[in-house]
Ligand binder design. Structure first.
Ligand code: NIG
Ligand code: FE
Length: 383
C-alpha cells in the first residue's frame, strides 16, 4: 500500500471544524496524505509524516470533491427551444417533462448510458466526485427499471422517481398510475435504487399521493427524499419533515410553518439555484433557512428542462450572489451539505478515513469560486 503526500496546498477546506473552529475547517500551508484511496492524514505541511511519494500542488486551494445530491441524468434529447421560449416570457410549469419522457423511451440503452456518462464526465471536470442520479423520464415499469439499472453502473446514489408526472397514457386515471408506481414499477425499480422521490406539486402529485409513494418505497427498503415547494407554496416540505426524510429539495416557496417544520426535523433543505436562474423564478430564502438553523445543501438539479447546468461552481456563485449565502456557507453546502443530504459520512469531509476525493482549484482560496463566476477554476480532480 503506497502513500502519497500532497503538499503545497495554499488553502485546504476540510469541513472538519476541529482545525479552526469554523464549519469549513480551513488550514493554510497544508498537506494531505492519501493511502489506498483514503485520506490518511491532514495537517500543516511542516508536520507531515514521511510517505513513499510527494506532490507539490503549487499553493493552490483544495476542497473536498463536490457532492451533487440532486440530478436527473437519465434522459435523451434536450429542450433548448423551451428554454428560449422561457427567456422570451413563458413560464416554467413542468409540462415539458413529457417531451423528455417521449425522447427517453425512444432511446436505446446505449444512448442513455452514453448520455449519462457524458454528463458525469462534465460534472467531474467541474469538481464533482459524488452524484445522485434520478430516474423519472421513463414512467413505465420497463423504462424506469432500465434507467435505474444503467444509473447503478455509475453511482450508488440512485433514486426511483416514477412519481415525476403522470404519463400521457394514464392521464385519465392518475390513481391507477400511483398504484402502478407503488406496485409493479417499484418492484422492478427497487433492486437498482437506494432512494425514492416524488414531485409533490400542483400538476404533479398531491401530498396524499406523495405519501403513498414514499411509504411504499420505505416498505421496499428505499430511503425517501422529495421535490417540494418548487413552483408554489404547498404541503411537500411539511410532509418531508413529518416522514423524517433525509432531504427535501427546491424549497423555493416556503411559509413560516415550513421553516419551523424544517428546524424541528433532521431533514436537509437542498436548494437548487440553477433552477431559479434558468426559470426566472425567485430564489429560495437561504439566508432565512440558515439563520433559523436549518441544514442547507446545494445541488445542481441538472436536467434538460428546469435547469441544464451540471456546474456546482455556478451554483455556489449563485448562492452567494443571489441568495446571500457566504462563500463559506455555499462551499460547505455543496460538499458536506450534499453528503448530509445523501446520508454519507465517507465523502464531503477531508479527514482521516474519509474517501480521498479532492478538488484542486487554480486559485488561492475557496472564495474564488464565487468571486470568479463562470471561470473554469478546477485544475484537477483527485478521486
Ligand atoms: O427538479 N421538478 C421536477 N423535476 C425537475 C425538472 C424536470 C424537467 O423539467 O424535465 C426539477 O426541476
Ligand atoms: Fe429535480
Amino acid at each position: 500500500m503506497s502513500s502519497v503526500l500532497l503538499t503545497g496546498i495554499g488553502e485546504l477546506v476540510t469541513n472538519d471544524p476541529t482545525h479552526d473552529g469554523t464549519p469549513l475547517g480551513l488550514l493554510t500551508d497544508a498537506a494531505v496524505v492519501v493511502e489506498d484511496h483514503r485520506v490518511a492524514w491532514v495537517g500543516r505541511r511542516h508536520e507531515a509524516p514521511a510517505t513513499d511519494d510527494a506532490r507539490d500542488l503549487g499553493g493552490r486551494a483544495v476542497l473536498p470533491g463536490f457532492v451533487d445530491s440532486h440530478s436527473h441524468l437519465l434522459f435523451a434529447g434536450d429542450r433548448a427551444g423551451e428554454f428560449a421560449a422561457r427567456m422570451a416570457g413563458e413560464s416554467y410549469t413542468g409540462g415539458g417533462i413529457r417531451t423528455t419522457v417521449a425522447a427517453t423511451r425512444a432511446a436505446t440503452d446505449e444512448q442513455l448510458e452514453a448520455n449519462l456518462a457524458r454528463h458525469l464526465a462534465e460534472m467531474r471536470r467541474q469538481g464533482t466526485t459524488t452524484v445522485e442520479v434520478k430516474s423519472g423520464y421513463g414512467l413505465s415499469v420497463h423504462d424506469e427499471a432500465r434507467a435505474l439499472a444503467i444509473a447503478r453502473r455509475w453511482t450508488s446514489e440512485t433514486t426511483f422517481l416514477g412519481a415525476h408526472v403522470v404519463p400521457p397514457e394514464h392521464a385519465d386515471d392518475p390513481a391507477a398510475y400511483v398504484e402502478l408506481v407503488t406496485g409493479p414499477m417499484l418492484e422492478a425499480a427497487a433492486p437498482h435504487a437506494r432512494w425514492i422521490d416524488a414531485f409533490c406539486e400542483r400538476g404533479a402529485f398531491d401530498a396524499d399521493q406523495a405519501r403513498a409513494v414514499l411509504e411504499a418505497g420505505a416498505a421496499a427498503g428505499l430511503r425517501g427524499r422529495l421535490h417540494a415547494n418548487q413552483l408554489g407554496p404547498g404541503p411537500g416540505v411539511r410532509l418531508a419533515c413529518e416522514l423524517g426524510l433525509t432531504a427535501v429539495d427546491h424549497c423555493t416557496f416556503l411559509a413560516d410553518a415550513d421553516v419551523e417544520a424544517l428546524v424541528g426535523s433532521g431533514t436537509v433543505a437542498t436548494l437548487l439555484p440553477g433552477v431559479e436562474f434558468s426559470t426566472r423564478s425567485p430564489y429560495p430564502d437561504a439566508r432565512g433557512l440558515l439563520d433559523a438553523g436549518v441544514t442547507v445543501a446545494l445541488a445542481s438539479d441538472c436536467n434538460p428542462g428546469s435547469c441544464y447546468t451540471s456546474s456546482l461552481p455556478l451554483c455556489v456563485a449563485l448562492a452567494v450572489r443571489e441568495m446571500r449565502m457566504t462563500p463559506a456557507e455555499a462551499v460547505w453546502a455543496a460538499t458536506a451539505g450534499g453528503a448530509r443530504a445523501l446520508d454519507r459520512d465517507d465523502v464531503g469531509v477531508l479527514a482521516p478515513g474519509r474517501r480521498a476525493h479532492l478538488t484542486v482549484l487554480d486559485a488561492p482560496s475557496h472564495l474564488h469560486l464565487a468571486y470568479r463566476p463562470g471561470v473554469p477554476l478546477v485544475a484537477e480532480v483527485i478521486a
